[in-house]
Design a protein around this ligand. Structure first.
Ligand code: ADP
Length: 306
């Protein structure tokens, strides 16, 4: 069953189209990653899905409810965590959650709060002031606050921005645990390792959906070829390669160069040239990574903000 099923969503602010005919489905229990440069329309799309914004064009449903007409029904089923979650810093974790429980009219408050604290491993810190928590714990509190009313869909907008790698990993373990329990998750992120932890990903740029599928499918469909170059004085080799036709990306990786192109024949010719001209330089086939694919998508397009 599709939890999210939206077609041709379009949103304009003034004369700028920030979401441009976006079509997307998310199945029950799936964790779908929403990727794309800053300002590409992820937040706006997520807000349309949870009924906070009305699209100018397009239609869709969330749990079968119409995104244009049934916002209230949708909101009840959705937990939405924004990029900049905020708490009462001078209240404890427990007090913050009590506030949320009352907001959603959850009863009995004490039990609901205790269950949520326990569920997210926050019980031992329940008396700590929210303002004194580290980024990772703040984020855990934010997640607790947005799953407290037992939503069936989580819409997470860059939930791990600015959080250290260990806390990010724990957060993702938590997301997988929740998805295992039947929750569906759409999560926007900038981090490649997080994209790789999603069942599927969708990549959006300038409001347009450029790719969607499993990480493997997105990499395969990008049609890129990658080689790894070994040898001495690779800075010179890199500079030469960058000028040659067929070479789209040259990136140093440790003591090697990672060279990527979409025209395999031209790329091979360019690499054969440098192999011939530079003593000791060798070239071997490499694997295209998700990061290579995203950099290819982004090349030529700067930040979309503005
Ligand atoms: P992302 O989440 O991918 O960073 P957003 O959806 O936040 O992208 O923004 C897409 C574009 O729409 C940006 O250029 C942003 O400045 C613009 N935008 C977002 N909200 C508004 C608004 N309320 N009014 C005008 N422009 C907006």
């Amino acid at each position: 069953m599709n939890v999210i099923d939206v077609r041709n969503l379009t949103k304009r602010f003034g004369d700028r189209t920030v979401v441009d005919h976006v079509t997307m489905t998310v199945e029950e229990g799936e964790i779908v990653g929403f990727l794309g440069p800053n300002g590409s329309g992820k937040t706006t799309t997520i807000r349309i899905m949870c009924g906070l914004l009305t699209p100018d064009e397009g239609e869709g449903t969330v749990f079968g409810f119409d995104i244009r007409k049934d916002e209230l029904k949708i909101k009840r089923e959705v937990g939405y965590m924004t990029q900049r979650f905020s708490f009462y810093e001078d209240l404890t974790i427990e007090e913050n959650l009590q506030f949320v429980a009352r907001l959603y009219q959850l009863k009995p408050v004490a039990k609901q709060v205790a269950d949520t604290l326990e569920d997210l491993g926050l019980t031992s810190r329940k008396n700590q002031l929210a303002g004194t928590l580290s980024g990772g714990w703040k984020q855990r509190l934010a997640l607790a606050a947005c799953i407290m009313h037992k939503p069936k869909l989580l819409l997470l907008d860059e939930p791990t921005a600015g959080v250290d790698p260990k806390a990010r990993r724990e957060f993702w373990d938590e997301i997988h645990r929740l998805a295992g329990g039947g929750l569906t998750v759409l999560v926007s992120t900038h981090y490649m390792d997080e994209a790789e932890r999603c069942h599927r990903i969708s990549y959006i740029s300038y409001g347009k959906m450029l790719a969607t599928g499993t990480v493997e499918e997105v990499v395969r469909n990008a049609g890129l070829t990658t080689f790894v170059v070994h040898g001495p004085r690779l800075e010179n080799v890199a500079n030469e390669l960058r000028k040659k036709p067929g070479v789209d990306q040259v990136a140093p990786f440790g003591a090697t160069l990672h060279v990527v192109g979409s025209d395999e024949k031209a790329l091979k010719a360019a690499l054969a040239d440098v192999e011939k001209e530079h003593k000791g330089v060798t070239v071997e086939p490499g694997e295209t990574s998700l990061e290579d694919v995203f950099i290819q998508f982004m090349s030529g397009s700067k930040d979309n903000m503005g």
